[in-house]
Design a protein around this ligand. Structure first.
Ligand code: HEC
Length: 88
């Protein structure tokens, strides 16, 4: 499990076709910044993680954050609700 104080950030971009080599995709415009903050007391109801999302630099509304935990809980509850693995 990740310790309290852990902050994970996911940066997302659109993918667009490479102008130099059509079969390849490259990052296009930035879309969202998603954040998970570990605080096992404050966020006890959602596995110890607080979820936040920023679109165009603005925080999305609270209700939206409920959907975050549902998916992470359904898929990776046995990995502290985190999808990403450390490189072997
Ligand atoms: C429908 C499923 C789904 C929903 C809903 C979802 N996520 Fe995720 N999330 C993923 C998947 C799959 C990954 C790993 C692949 C990737 O990074 O795209 C991930 C990765 C992350 C990561 C990087 C750490 C990790 O677990 O690998 C953060 C941070 C994150 N999500 C935050 C959020 C936030 C905040 C929300 C709500 C606004 C959210 N997620 C909603 C599926 C979801």
């Amino acid at each position: 499990p990740f310790p309290d104080g852990t902050v994970l950030v996911k940066l997302a971009w659109k993918h667009v076709q490479s102008p130099e080599f059509e079969p390849a995709s490259i990052p296009g415009p930035a879309t969202t910044v998603q954040v998970m903050v570990k605080d096992s007391k404050k966020y006890a109801a959602t596995g110890g993680w607080g979820f936040g999302r920023f679109i165009n630099g603005k925080s999305a509304d609270e209700a939206q954050h409920q959907t975050c935990f549902a998916c992470h809980q359904a898929r990776v509850r046995n990995h502290d609700f985190v999808f990403t693995r450390f490189a072997p």
